[in-house]
Design a protein around this ligand. Sequence first.
Ligand SMILES: NC(=O)C1=CN([C@@H]2O[C@H](COP(=O)(O)OP(=O)(O)OC[C@H]3O[C@@H](n4cnc5c(N)ncnc54)[C@H](O)[C@@H]3O)[C@@H](O)[C@H]2O)C=CC1
Ligand SMILES: O=C(CO)COP(=O)(O)O
Length: 341
Amino acid sequence: MTDQPILAVLGAGSWGTALATLAARNGVPTRLWGRDAAALAEMAASHRNQRYLPDLDLPSGLAFEPDLAEAVRGATTVLIVVPSHAFTEMLGELAPLLGPHSSIAWATKGFEPGTGRFLHELVAERLPGRAAAVLTGPSFAREVAAGMPSAVTVHSENEAFAKQLAHLLHAPNFRVYTGNDVLGAELGGAMKNVLAVATGVADGMRLGLNARAGLITRGMNEMLRLGVALGAKPETLMGLSGLGDLVLTCTGDLSRNRRLGLALGQGIGIQEAVAQIGQVVESVVTANEVVRLSDKHGLDLPISKGVRAVLHGEVTPVEGMKALMAREQKPEYPQGLFGTH
Ligand SMILES: NC(=O)C1=CN([C@@H]2O[C@H](COP(=O)(O)OP(=O)(O)OC[C@H]3O[C@@H](n4cnc5c(N)ncnc54)[C@H](O)[C@@H]3O)[C@@H](O)[C@H]2O)C=CC1
Ligand SMILES: O=C(CO)COP(=O)(O)O
């Protein structure tokens, strides 16, 4: 790491564009790469990301680079913000292009589809020996772009890198905390997308505010049980990356995952709902991976399982909600809050 940071942001959707804008506004030389060269050229000409964040003025200090090799050349930090289904491929493309001093961060939320592997595991395997960090927390791109107050967190085993990345992005209305629990931070950010579908479904079916609060709380219980089984710190799960993002995504109609649930609860089919949203809806793949992980660890996560079953058309939203309510009566915490007693 040098004293002169250069940031490359990979992924020119709503979140990549918002994060690149924050860094550029902080005076950090920042390049935004996307796979659509025409869209980047249009952004450079108009200083707008018309498709994803049409109201945001893109700062003049932000460079748009369609060539991946050029985008990452000499970058001190490469921040990946592509959808989780594209993450492995992105790492493969990056591996031969990165200079020795580039650290890696990601703001993607999810797992590797089909394997349930965490993104930090993929980074360690494909880009070994580099400082690595995840940026996550409750942050709708649209609100961040509008300059509305937000708080997020950066987790890394490398404390210096966590602080450095936080510093690049921290701004008067964008508080960036730091921590060292990468797995816990990733788990919360991924699982909340699945749980947001559940509350969306209930709200779409007009089941009421009690149902929503019950689902959020029992969803938090699922996050804690899976997280602790995998080695996450409970405080991470109770923080911005877990509880914080769970509350945001389960209650905020800007959430695409919640909107998917709302549509399903209103009887709209999944393909039509995803097409209407027109952006990444991570729960569609993440639900499979949460169930895969919980099965592997012998845990029963009924809400996450129900969401997966509804997304696959195996049960209707009505059947899914009935099944949750029909479960056996039991203590709220049979093994203590964190499964330890
Ligand atoms: N939008 C938000 O408020 C937030 C999003 N995130 C996460 O950031 C990640 C990206 O999401 P958004 O920017 O919101 O998505 P988006 O739907 O706004 O944009 C997706 C972007 O990814 C690009 N893309 C799709 N497939 C690709 C591929 N194979 N290779 C390279 N680029 C590809 C698209 O061209 C587009 O530019 C997701 O994991 C999401 O959960 C995290 C926090 C906030
Ligand atoms: O991760 C997010 C906010 O923190 C964005 O949520 P959605 O992907 O559901 O829109």
